[in-house]
Design a binder for this molecule. Structure first.
Ligand code: UT7
Length: 323
């Protein structure tokens, strides 16, 4: 017998305002065609003035709790993956805790940029396996529109705002790969690559800063590292690509998503794709895709899901789980 962290609820929230690619043609030397063909993005959502990361996170969390048939009283811990918290401190997670009316348990943020939700899943899984929490609300929430340089066409057309959440619950399993729940976690980082994706400001420099990216360089690392970490997650639990029902990738670029699937020799019919509608929402992209994938009737109980992401750091990783 072993303890497994099983997904019992999922939900997402997107801000009301939808911005199609054509809107950028008004202010930048770009086209809908360029953005679509180079990234696969067609539109993204931007948060309204005054709408912050914790607001998005709370809306997604409420939907995940409803989906699980639970109330905030049932939750022992909240983990929020974000690089765009409302304030330097307290954590977005404690703000979510308060807004949900939850007066017990504990809450904290995780910062691993676009790989944040993978790191959050790894940490939530460890808390459950260690018996420190029975139910954990794991949220990815971002307002990347707040760190865009609107004069930089190579970055500002790529990102969007949103939030997704899941509820993980401790259940007993047999310890083999037929169990529902998180089966393996593979985490990696390499800080030598900080200059290809970063924000040129921060608390210690008394600025907010803007996102800077050498897209071509990030792209070069992405396919290889995402395929390797996905394979590593499968190997850890004795599974192969033939066992995979769904790949739920970080949604940064359709060409990266296709390239990774090809390298893994997994057909695109088994890949959940939302990048066209959401753009790159950093740590929110995977829980958004999980939620949409379930809503669309794709991801079902018992399916083997591999989810993978890479982002600033570089930090990357994958989780294999049975839904
Ligand atoms: O979530 C974190 C991880 N991030 C990623 O995974 C992003 C990884 N990178 C990418 O997705 C792609 O590299 C981009 C979508 C950012 C760019 O696509 P690319 O095919 O690598 O294009 P590129 O950077 O090589 O640029 C090609 C050309 C350049 O012009 P020159 O130098 O060839 O004359 C750019 O200046 O496209 C130009 N360009 C644009 N043209 C029209 C860059 N941005 C734009 C734009 N509109 N918005």
């Amino acid at each position: 017998m072993t303890t497994r962290a099983v997904v019992v609820g999922v939900g997402h929230y997107l801000p009301e305002r939808i911005v199609p690619n054509a809107e950028f043609e008004k202010s930048l030397d770009t086209t809908d065609e360029w953005i679509r063909s180079r990234s696969g993005i067609e539109r993204r959502h931007f948060a309204a003035e005054g709408e912050t990361t914790s607001h998005l996170a709370v809306a997604a969390a409420k939907r995940a709790l409803d989906d699980a048939g639970l109330t905030p009283d049932h939750i022992d811990a909240i983990v929020v993956a974000t690089s765009t918290p409302d304030l330097t401190f307290p954590s977005a997670a404690t703000m979510v805790q308060a807004q949900l009316g939850m007066t017990r348990g504990f809450a904290f943020d995780i910062q691993a940029v676009c790989a944040g939700f993978i790191y959050a899943l790894g940490n939530a899984n460890a808390l459950i396996m260690a018996g420190q929490a029975e139910r954990v609300l794991v949220i990815g929430a971002e307002t990347f529109s707040r760190i865009m340089d609107w004069t930089d066409r190579s970055t500002c057309v790529l990102f969007g705002d949103g939030a997704g959440a899941i509820v993980l619950e401790a259940r007993s399993g047999t310890g083999n790969s037929d169990d529902r729940g998180i089966l393996s976690v593979d985490l990696n980082s390499d800080g030598r690559h900080r200059d290809i994706l970063y924000v040129d400001g921060g608390v210690s420099t008394q600025t907010v800063g803007h996102l800077r990216m050498e897209g071509r360089e990030v792209f070069r690392h992405a396919v290889e590292k995402l395929a390797a970490t996905s394979s590593a997650a499968l190997e850890k639990v004795g599974l192969t690509k033939a066992d995979v029902d769904w790949i739920v990738p970080h949604q940064a670029n359709i060409r990266i998503i296709r390239g990774t699937a090809k390298k893994l020799e997994i057909p695109m019919e088994k890949v959940v794709v939302t990048v066209q509608d959401h753009g790159n929402t950093s740590a929110a992209s995977i829980p958004l895709a999980l939620s949409v994938g379930k809503q669309q009737g794709k991801i079902r109980e018992g399916d083997l899901v591999v989810t993978e992401a890479i982002g600033g750091g570089l930090a990357w990783g994958a989780v294999a789980l049975r839904w």
